[in-house]
Design a binder for this molecule. Structure first.
Ligand code: ASP
Length: 479
């Protein structure tokens, strides 16, 4: 039976079989030391002539190169006290090798995988992501991410939320970004859009009577990539019927605070999370995503810069809710009116009346979650009155015909008994980036894209066969 590296601490005096990669080799003449690495970590293995039946092993071990995959048997021993290595959890033990088999050889590595990797060119790291992910830091990021997502899934499931999958091939959801579109083969000239979020689907699930929905969902947006943005990101998408902003915020706050207590007990944060009105945030901090850490500067981190949570005390986390957002604002360039969040946000009581006269003065039910200067989530109560929704479509420059063409399904759904509802969608990548003290979200995503949206490992995007294009009725025009 296989023993994992991390398990040798409990197996002193036992003979074990181990499978793993050679992470390091140290030659001391008669003795050869290697570090064997598997998914649990690393352990030291000694090849020496003094082991019964082990004659010749050092010579064999001499053939080992970095990242060879080996299978070996050996005896677990306690190291002499002065040889303890307190840098690794198995540092008090080692395995005296008895047999060795090379399962797979490795060419010279294009990147080293034993350090933290920050100093390696990122394009090269991405091209060899399957090697980059071998490093402990990256593996740990994936492990911790899994634990956090599992915690959220369990938390919500225990409270009666149902995880429902929604389509990837859909129709454009206007969340303010450009869509990625997919051509239809059956209906030439028509396109699906990849979802910018499951916004309309989750609202339709409320009409369907699901009442409490969540989904670990991918959201796909064709916008300029930055440190905290990727063409696709993962959201913990949540929607609830018969709810209030207070309830939505409480669910997310309790879920996150209890998760942090369990998985990140060393982190310091203030609870309950402060709630800051939008106007106050703008006046006091000049931004709607203030960094409220004690020793933090009071302004938000420019996510385009290398500015990372690492720069400050890595265990200080400051969450806050920003509330009372305006419903609408003017686009800085075009000066056209646009929603601050999206067009399904219910205005706050007393604000609806302003729509005909002073729409820019309308206050909405939107609530944002910010953390250490990053926006982690946006949410709101939704419009369920088809007349008000139509008015807002018109305010945003759509005529009735266009609104019906694009959103007729939603307006019609609201005519068959729609519960009041609201929700939120915390971004998992940004949360993990902050919790793991990483400088950007690429470090917590298994297979991210480069700044200009490429995947250097798969070589995507790439050209497709002429035949595929023909089937789709597409002609490519290159400038
Ligand atoms: N769909 C929204 C977003 O992706 C979140 C929400 O309103 O629930 O930002």
């Amino acid at each position: 039976m296989r023993t994992l590296s991390a398990e040798i601490n409990k197996k002193e005096g036992e003979e074990v079989e181990m499978l793993g990669w050679v992470q390091a080799r140290r030659d001391h003449g008669k003795l050869v030391f290697i570090d064997i690495r598997d998914r649990s970590g690393i352990a030291q293995v000694v090849f020496g002539p003094d082991v019964k039946n082990g004659a010749g092993l050092p010579a064999q071990a001499g053939d080992l190169r970095l990242e060879y995959l080996i299978k070996m048997n050996g005896l677990v021993k306690k190291r002499p006290a002065k040889m303890f290595n307190d840098k690794i959890p198995t540092g008090a033990y080692e395995v005296q090798a008895k047999t060795l088999e090379i399962l797979s050889r490795a060419e010279a590595m294009p990147i080293s995988v034993d350090g933290d990797g920050y100093d390696i060119n990122e394009e090269v790291r991405m091209k060899y992501r399957y090697l980059d992910l071998r490093r402990e830091r990256m593996r740990n990021n994936l492990v911790v991410r899994h634990r956090v997502v599992k915690y959220f899934r369990d938390f919500l499931s225990n409270r009666g939320f149902l995880e429902v999958e929604t389509p990837l091939l859909t129709k454009s959801t206007p969340e303010g970004a450009r869509d990625y579109i997919v051509p239809s083969r059956m209906e030439k000239g028509k396109f699906y859009a990849l979802p910018q979020s499951p916004q309309q689907y989750k609202q339709l699930l409320m009409v369907a009577g699901i009442e409490k929905y969540f989904q670990v969902a991918r959201a796909v947006r064709d916008e300029d990539t930055r440190g905290d943005r990727q063409p696709e990101h993962t959201q913990l998408d949540i929607e609830m019927s018969f709810t209030t902003p207070d309830e939505v915020m409480s669910v997310v706050e309790e879920m996150t605070v209890t998760m942090m207590k369990e998985l990140f007990p060393q982190k310091k944060m203030k609870t309950p999370w402060p709630r800051v009105p939008y106007n106050e945030a703008m006046e006091k901090y000049g931004t709607d995503k203030p960094d409220l850490r004690k020793d933090g500067s009071t302004h938000s981190i420019d996510s385009g810069q290398a500015g990372s949570p690492q720069a400050k005390d890595p265990d200080e986390i400051a969450f806050a809710w920003i509330v009372d957002f305006p419903n609408f604002e003017l686009d800085k360039q075009t000066k056209e009116i646009q929603p601050v969040h999206h067009m399904f946000v219910q205005p706050k009581e007393g604000s609806v009346e302003l729509i005909d006269t002073e729409p820019l003065k309308m206050v909405s039910t939107q609530y944002d979650l910010v953390c250490n200067g990053y926006e982690l989530a946006s949410g709101s109560i939704r419009i369920t009155d088809p007349k008000l929704q139509m008015k807002i479509f018109k305010l945003l420059g759509m005529n009735e015909e266009k609104a019906k063409k694009d959103f007729g399904h939603l307006l019609e759904a609201f005519s068959y008994g729609v519960p009041p509802h609201g929700g939120i969608a915390p971004g998992i990548d940004r949360l993990m980036m902050i919790l793991q003290n990483e400088p950007n979200i690429r470090e917590v995503i298994a297979f991210p894209k480069t700044g200009d949206g490429r995947d250097p490992m798969m070589d995507a995007p790439s050209e497709v066969d002429e035949k595929q294009l023909k089937e789709l009725g597409i002609k490519v025009v290159k400038d």
